[in-house]
Design a protein around this ligand. Structure first.
Ligand SMILES: [Zn+2]
Ligand SMILES: [Zn+2]
Length: 712
């Protein structure tokens, strides 16, 4: 039986594709179109790529059971995912909070950190220094300003405080019109690189002397005033690495800002709507998307004499992994998996995983686990597994972990057949079993990566179709994925297996790097430098491509050139084919059947090649037991070379002798047994070539098995 193929059906990738087909630009257009119709289009579009994947998998000899594939949108799959969410909630690991999370304004949803990690890109942004006037001057009668730096001018209207380092040294210098300007002493050379033009220091003061002072907000009258707001606070996140050492603090748009705001009671002020546009609270930029408001905000600040420096910066900034728009960080209500609660457990399980390459365990993966960052799983979208949490007006929640439980809460029977997706789920009326009041669902779907992480148990409908006392369906034998997935699939599988079963999700984790083009750039569709894998297979052959990859160091970023693959994969298989051809030609004349057991041979040369094969057998077996395809492929390449360059070259004349003497019989026995062993060892790596070999040996006469892939 082959492993089941599976299809990730939900999530932003599908929704964005349908939106693109309609040329929609915002979420409102979905509700106008109708959520039910939209969801049906998503459901249909999921299967667009099924045929292509199937064709490719078969063409490269990647065997999966496509006929019994699992689909994450199947009601049974969704039910298992609900079961897991209920489990997490019962363990106190699924909670709601108001936190700063990455947010895509176009998709109008929050994202998880591992999604953000997939979208960092270099961009040019404003790099501006603002001056904020202190209500009470530092020296009597001398206007005094705090200098603050930001690369996100659109967050300035939400400014509620300025943060300083309590013990850091600050200085004040006189600006052109004689006013005092305050910044960290260490920042002065950044603003005045040439010593001769550097202004003299008028005042020196530690950060704590600034703490508590009030300043005029950058947009007076916009934010409701309170005693706590628009003051200077001490905070330990202030560093001297960039900026002025005085940090603009907007609690609704930054995690540090939010934490400080919570500590000193700033509250939040968020002038944006859910699509990231300014609302009417700020008529100056009303209706503008956050980043598009930068220019106008800066002009306004400049007109009012508050813009001290206006420059550009090139830096990496996170973009939405699906729609490629710049993200923002934003304080929102969100549901979280509290992974920080089980960090110790996750690290313990990780220690048992055989990572290839090994450094990923403590490095990329282990470090991410150690950070213990919670996983934001709620998405304000339509096509996904609905979050099965309902609120009672009396202030508690009902978490639904099965369709049976849903039935007991629903007023009236569930429709037949039952589809647990939006909007159908929300057409049901659920009643609180304790208070008899109507329940309302938390309006979210969940992170599509949660679906993927549920694959080991949800594909077998755990615990409904199988379940305790059966063995939990983890750990899996192995997972093979790209290095970016250390924060994606590797991560979600690991967290869920750890939380639900207190086990690792997999025994072996094979991490491959990205293919680079000849210039060393990452291949990507958008850059147009990616190879179409199917075209490559047609040009080179499936096995040659497979061997080319195994023979390359695929756990490192390798520059891919067809030339290099040809020199490794194609060359090895061509050598082997020439050897097989020699065997076939001669065998068709002499008609000696291929042997099926180690022959007894007297010649040193024969004994040598048979012993080489037996050693290779052990090495390949050990390498494949460790999922090390590279070592297995290298070993086989060497044996093929030995067989061709040494054994066959020096044995050729033995096949040309007249008749069938003992010498010739031994040569055939050695040859056919060597090819038989090679076919067996090559079968998992180069399945088509291995089968060709097998048929050349046994296709015409007595055969120990009809195919090399049906041998024991
Ligand atoms: Zn987006
Ligand atoms: Zn209730």
């Amino acid at each position: 039986r082959f492993p089941l193929a599976g299809w990730d059906c939900h999530g932003l990738p599908v929704e964005v594709e349908v939106e693109k087909a309609h040329h929609w630009t915002n979420k409102k257009q979905i509700t106008e179109f109708g959520v039910a119709a939209f969801v049906e289009e998503c459901r249909r579009s999921v299967m667009t790529y099924e045929a292509a994947w199937r064709r490719f998998s078969e063409r490269v000899g990647y065997w999966l059971d496509f006929d019994h594939a699992y689909y994450t949108m199947d009601p049974a799959y969704v039910e298992s995912v609900w079961w897991s969410l209920r489990e997490l909630h019962d363990q106190g690991l699924l909670t709601k909070g108001h936190y700063v999370v990455p947010y895509c304004a176009r998709c109008e949803t929050s994202l998880a950190l591992h999604e953000v990690a997939q979208g960092y890109r270099e961009t040019t942004d404003p790099s501006v220094t603002l001056r904020l006037r202190l209500e009470e001057p530092l020296l009597p009668g001398t206007e005094s300003y705090l200098l603050v730096w930001t690369t996100t001018p659109w967050t300035l209207p939400a400014n509620l405080a300025v943060a300083v380092g309590e013990e850091l040294p600050y200085v004040a210098f006189r600006g052109e019109e004689g006013a005092l300007h305050v910044l960290a002493e260490a920042a002065l050379p950044r603003y005045f690189p040439e010593e001769t033009h550097r202004p003299g220091v008028v005042l020196r003061l530690p950060g704590k002397d600034l703490v508590g002072r009030r300043y005029r907000p950058p947009f007076p009258g916009l934010v409701p005033e309170s005693d706590a707001r628009h003051r200077v606070y001490a905070a330990d996140f202030v560093t001297l690495e960039d900026g002025t050492g005085l940090v603009h603090t907007a609690p609704s748009f930054g995690a540090d800002d939010y934490a400080l705001g919570k500590r000193v009671g700033l509250g939040v002020f968020d002038p944006l709507d859910s699509s990231g546009r300014f609302t009417s609270v700020l008529p100056l930029v009303e209706g503008r998307s956050f980043k598009e408001a930068d220019a106008r905000l800066l002009t306004d600040l400049a007109d009012r004499g508050l813009l001290y420096r206006n420059e550009k910066i090139v830096h990496t900034y996170p973009h939405c992994w699906r729609c490629d728009r710049p993200l923002m960080y934003r304080a929102l209500d969100s549901w979280f998996v509290g992974t920080h609660e089980i960090t110790e457990r996750l690290l313990r399980h990780n220690a048992t995983v055989d990572w290839i390459p090994a450094h990923v365990r403590e490095g990329r993966f282990g470090n991410f686990l150690k950070e213990g960052r919670d996983w934001a799983i709620s998405r304000s979208r339509y096509w996904g597994t609905p979050l099965p949490i309902w609120n009672c007006p009396r202030g508690h929640v009902e978490v639904v972990g099965s369709f049976a439980q849903l039935k007991t809460l629903a007023r009236g029977p569930l429709p037949e057949p039952f589809d647990p997706h939006r909007p159908y789920l929300d057409e049901l009326t659920l009643v609180c079993p304790t208070h008899g009041e109507t329940l309302s669902r938390e309006p979210y779907v969940i992170d599509v990566w949660y679906d993927s992480g549920s694959a080991p148990f949800a594909q077998i409908h755990w615990p409904f179709a199988t379940g305790p006392p059966d063995e939990p369906p983890v750990p899996l034998d192995f997972v093979s994925e790209g290095v970016d997935q250390t924060r994606g699939w590797f991560y979600t599988l690991h967290v869920l297996a750890g939380a639900l079963f207190d086990r690792p999700a997999y025994r072996h984790a094979i991490v491959n790097e990205f293919a680079l083009d000849a210039q060393g750039r990452k291949m990507s569709k958008s850059r147009g430098n990616a190879e179409d894998p199917l075209a490559l297979v047609e040009r080179m052959g499936a096995d040659a491509l497979r061997m080319g990859i195994y023979l390359s160091s695929y756990t490192e970023a390798v520059r891919y050139t067809e030339q290099a693959f040809r020199q490794s994969g194609v060359r090895m298989l061509t050598t082997l084919m020439n050897v097989v051809e020699f065997y076939r030609t001669n065998q068709s004349l002499d008609r000696l059947p291929a042997v099926d057991a180690p022959p007894r041979v007297s010649r040193a040369l024969d004994r040598w090649i048979l012993s080489r094969l037996s050693a290779a057998h052990a090495t390949v077996r050990e390498a494949l037991d460790r999922y090390d395809a590279h070592r297995a492929a290298e070993t086989l390449r060497e044996v093929v070379d030995d067989l061709s360059t040494w054994w066959l070259r020096r044995s050729r004349v033995r096949f040309w002798a007249e008749g069938l003497d003992g010498e010739k019989v031994e040569a055939y026995a050695t040859f056919s047994f060597a090819l038989r062993q090679l076919a067996l060892l090559l079968a998992p790596l180069a399945p088509f070539t291995a089968e060709h070999l097998w048929q050349a040996l046994y296709g015409t006469g007595h055969s120990p098995a009809p195919s090399v892939h049906l041998t024991e």
